[in-house]
Every structure is written in structure tokens, then in C-alpha cells.
Design a protein around this ligand. Sequence first.
Ligand code: SF4
Length: 64
Amino acid sequence: MKVRADTSVCVASGMCVLNVPDVFDQREEDGLVELLDEQPPQERHEAVRMAVLGCPSGALSVEE
Ligand code: SF4
């Protein structure tokens, strides 16, 4: 799995950070998403998929 986060679309809701804090973070300066782990381990894939679905702006995507 490869995760992508588009900061030009992110609205800094922080949902992804709350749900998968080992993969997503928010930038100090503007709260936009910051990808911590572009290729998370297998056991985090389901949580990442849920974060993609739960992102209100469609900023997140995964390539399986
Ligand atoms: S859930 Fe989406 S909009 Fe919210 S911080 Fe994460 S990437 Fe940005």
C-alpha cells in the first residue's frame, strides 16, 4: 500500500491524525496533513482505508 496526502485539498480537520496517528500528522504552522509513513505495515492498512473514507475533503488516497 502507498498512501498519498494532498495538502492543496486538505482542510486541516485532523480526522486522519486522530484515527491513525502513526501514519498521519498535522503541520505545526497551518494544521495541514503531513504523511509520516507513506508505506504503512499491513496491520495498519484497514485503519488507513477508513481514514481515506473519513477524510472530509478527499485529500487522502491509497494505491494498493
Ligand atoms: S482528514 Fe483529510 S482534511 Fe482532515 S487533516 Fe486529514 S487529510 Fe486533512
